[in-house]
Design a binder for this molecule. Sequence first.
Ligand code: HAM
Length: 422
Amino acid sequence: MFRRVKGTRDILPEEILFWRKTEETCTRIFSSYGYEEIRTPLMEEFSLFCRSLGKTTEVVKKQMFEIKRGSGHLVLRPEATASIVRAYLENRLDRKRGLAKFYYVGAMFRAERQQKGRLRQFHHLGVEAIGSNSPNLDIEIISLLNRLVKELNIEGYQIYINSLGCIKDKQVLAKILHYKITPYLDNLCADCKRRFKQNVFRILDCKKPECMRIVNKLELGTDHLCDSCKKHLESVLAGLDTLGIGYKFEPALVRGLDYYTRTIFEIKHPRLGSQDALGAGGRYDNLVAEFGGPELGAIGFALGEERLLLAQSRQPQPQEPRLVTYLITLGEEADKAGVKLLDKLREQGIASDMDYTEGRSLKGKMRRADELGVRLTVIIGEDELKKGTVTLKDMVSGKQEEVKIDEVTRRLKCYEPIRAES
Ligand code: HAM
């Protein structure tokens, strides 16, 4: 028997309603904040992510699913921010619009070590707003994140915020980190010893206890920020306070992707265990220019859909309309009449299906109709065929009546499907 690829999941019909409900809630709210849907390809050039996420990041170094064909070097996208900036520039959306606001829903791929909440194919629900440096946009984005999570009935989460500052400030922060970590260098894990040279920020989110203990001693603050970035951060935090959005300012918060500048944030939930980030995001004010476009501020976030589902405390039971009718035919000629009637019912938009199982008894077919929760069954046997009628059985009252076959569609139009029980 074939098995699914490691780190992937099958989403079965019984779960799909829950996924759809989560996506519907998020996309409704995205639209109500003025974000428009964008869909970019699942494949991109390797160099797109190398350039934006950074050559030394874990995602680029270890987690890309690469596709090499001829001279091409493609990858399955590990995230969508870089793709959207590419699409924004390639389609000249910078010329058409002022602030461009996009949302997206879709699969991402990272060859990570598998564990609870960490998959190799997972789904993002995200937004990207390109074209403004205003702190009001940061406030909008973080309040949007907060609203989504609330609307999904998720409780007990915490939003963490920090500012990396502009490119110059990030360099200052790297120097401060090198300076403060040097006395503890020998006590870092092997990975962090390497990170110290290659990408010192990554030490701050190492999960090894010995490194976490060192990070806790660093007493980081906002000293690396220039006046303009400090002012930006203060405006963002003041705006969140005005809106009553709870957050924790966390100077040791960093992100695993290199493109971030200024505001960064993460939303965590204790129910998720060690992979506790429900979502994350921040500003990437240099990325548009880095890709050859104009100097434009930008910010976004992505929520991990699988983790959103894990964190939802009261799992809503969405209801799916079921079939109105189920056709049961007895004999070859009745089958033919049934197929014709089924097509007519469906043409009229009446949710209908037919029992195609060979050799099943009338009783067995009625049992199946019951399982499906249909409103009415339409029975066509030899007697009915001769008279040009069908037997209609109301599955709620149990009453049966004979109706002319030409009359069935008109009779059934008024019925609403029975809904699945919650
Ligand atoms: P990220 O932090 O890499 O950010 O991913 C965002 C969220 O996706 C995580 O917080 C987590 O919930 C989920 N996630 C990440 N990796 C996995 C995985 N292997 N399995 C399951 N869920 C996962 C980004 O990707 C940025 N593009 C976010 C962003 C948008 N920043 C600005 N705009």
